[in-house]
Design a protein around this ligand. Structure first.
Ligand SMILES: Cc1cc2nc3c(=O)[nH]c(=O)nc-3n(C[C@H](O)[C@H](O)[C@H](O)COP(=O)(O)OP(=O)(O)OC[C@H]3O[C@@H](n4cnc5c(N)ncnc54)[C@H](O)[C@@H]3O)c2cc1C
Length: 471
């Protein structure tokens, strides 16, 4: 009787889960495992709301797994250095035949898996790892010289060529296993972990709905009623023009293959572009893909280093005070403050505003982008090392295919262009509610309880240009 172990990570779904599908193919016995690592979460600066979301989704998974006769073991292990020992002893106790999991792409995770592999090999056991997080296996999209792409447009072109040959399809549902009772194995209670959660969960970031069905419904609704206008609405922060699927994609409640399938299902899963909106959305999925691939090919970005190593030389300003004002939405630049407050209150920020806030910190305030990257990670429900790092390094002009250092967004002009009526600002900065659509982007007079701008946009721009020009 073969008994397999499936180890959940950032792939909290049953449908189209490559590793889980493989683990359940023998229709025999399967046990699932998830390792909770609070120390690791701290090390990665994961937002409490994201951790809470993860734990609540695990509750769903645990229930859903019961229908497949797969028990879920929950184990807290603070440090990953203790994981190999735990896995080997669990495999011995449960008489596990094979271990299955989906690859995690960041360096610490890879190192952990190498150590698990080595420990298991002593007992002649193997861990089967599958690529599940991206449309194409990492390191498989190469230029003609066989090298990794550093520029998105060229990467995208190759992806389009690959898609026109065949679409990566979603895997079928896992099959029901033989019933199994596991004894004498310590198992923690998710209810206890959730009820003892050490953070205040009253904020709306903690209320996001979990569940594969929720994510699927959101996807279907977006594709049906919003996607075709996405090219027009995606940059307007006050409209509900984007899918808001990022928290679900990030912890794997939904897969990128499922997203692409939904987009192409009315076209018999043949890759052909039907509208500008559809193309723009696929391009965004490919930006996600690009940053995941970049992280594997250029792992130094996981170690707090700029993609362009010469950018290490930039002399960042050290200003705790300005950093704090940026973090708390008190810069006196309304669009920046609106974005930073939206982030704190909801765990999410609109992409256009993420770019504006990131550029304001790294250029106008000339504060190290890594401090902004950390703050975003500490608050984002969708915090993802590859996408967050990619977005920050793009904005700070230190990354792959980054914005040229001399193209500095003027936050006021951006605000006038993308929030012309000031509705987004009014939602998040109520102190400015009474101002009209001309005044609201850059109030001329002092407004009660609202600060004056902490920097002059023109001179701070010149300061940034000088700092970057020297490199
Ligand atoms: C400074 C900065 C930090 C960011 N940090 C993150 C992060 O931690 N996690 C994260 O998922 N995204 C991040 N992004 C990218 C982007 O802002 C979000 O993915 C997007 O706002 C999520 O909203 P949505 O799901 O409605 O996206 P949609 O517009 O509906 O796009 C669909 C999906 O495509 C992917 N995507 C879209 N835009 C990008 C992009 N520019 N880069 C990578 N993937 C993209 C996301 O998975 C998204 O869910 C960051 C961008 C910037 C500029």
């Amino acid at each position: 009787m073969a008994r397999n172990l499936f180890w959940f990570r950032q792939d909290l779904r049953l449908e189209d889960n490559v590793g889980l599908w493989h683990a359940t193919q023998h229709n025999e016995e399967c046990v699932a495992l998830v390792i909770i690592s609070p120390e690791q979460w701290k090390h990665h600066h994961d937002a409490p709301s994201k951790i809470f979301f993860y734990l609540r989704q695990l509750q769903e998974i645990q229930e859903d797994l019961k229908h497949l006769n797969i028990p879920l073991i929950i184990k807290t292990i603070q440090s990953w250095s203790n994981v190999p020992k735990y896995i080997t002893s669990l495999c011995k106790k449960l008489e596990i035949e094979d271990i299955y999991a989906n690859v995690e792409l960041a360096t610490n995770e890879k190192h952990r898996d190498d150590q698990v592999k080595e420990a298991l090999s002593k007992y002649k056991k193997n861990i089967h790892l599958f690529e599940d997080r991206t449309l194409f296996p990492t390191q498989s999209i190469r230029n003609k010289s066989g090298e990794a792409y550093k520029v998105f447009t060229a990467f995208k072109k190759t992806c389009y060529e690959r898609l026109s040959i065949s679409i990566p399809r979603a895997y079928p549902s896992p099959s029901k296993q033989k019933s199994i009772v596991i004894k004498d194995i310590e198992n923690e209670s998710l209810n206890d972990l959730i009820s003892q959660f050490e953070y205040d969960t009253s904020n709306s970031a903690f209320k996001i709905e979990v569940g594969e069905k929720t994510a699927q419904d959101k996807l279907k609704d977006f594709v049906k009623s919003k996607m075709n206008n996405y090219d027009q609405t995606r940059d307007i922060p006050n409209t509900d023009g984007t899918s808001q699927l990022s928290p679900y994609l990030n912890i794997g409640i939904i897969s990128v293959r499922q997203c692409l399938e939904e987009v192409l299902k009315d076209n018999d899963y043949i890759f052909s572009i039907q509208s500008k909106g559809q193309q723009t959305w696929i391009d965004e999925l490919l930006w996600r893909e690009f940053y995941q691939h970049v992280m594997v090919d250029f792992p130094h970005i996981c170690k707090h280093l700029p993609f362009k190593k010469e950018m290490q030389k930039i002399q960042w300003r050290n200003s705790e005070e300005d950093l704090k004002k940026w973090q708390t939405g008190q810069t006196g630049i309304p669009i920046v403050d609106a974005g930073m407050r939206q982030l704190q209150q909801t765990g999410w920020m609109h992409n256009r505003v993420r770019m504006i806030c990131a550029m304001f910190l790294s250029k106008n305030l000339l504060i190290d982008w890594r401090l902004g990257e950390k703050w975003f990670m500490q608050h984002l429900l969708d915090g993802d090392l590859a996408a967050n790092n990619g977005g920050w390094q793009w904005s700070a002009s230190t990354g792959t295919d980054a914005v040229p250092y001399f193209r500095i967004f003027n936050p006021v002009t951006q605000s006038q262009r993308f929030d012309p009526q000031g509705e987004y600002i009014r939602t998040w900065v109520p102190e400015l509610k009474q101002l009209d659509h001309k005044q609201i982007h850059a109030p001329k007079e002092h407004i009660e309880n609202y600060p004056r701008p902490i920097v002059d946009l023109k001179s701070s721009r010149a300061r940034a240009l000088a700092a970057f020009k020297n490199i």
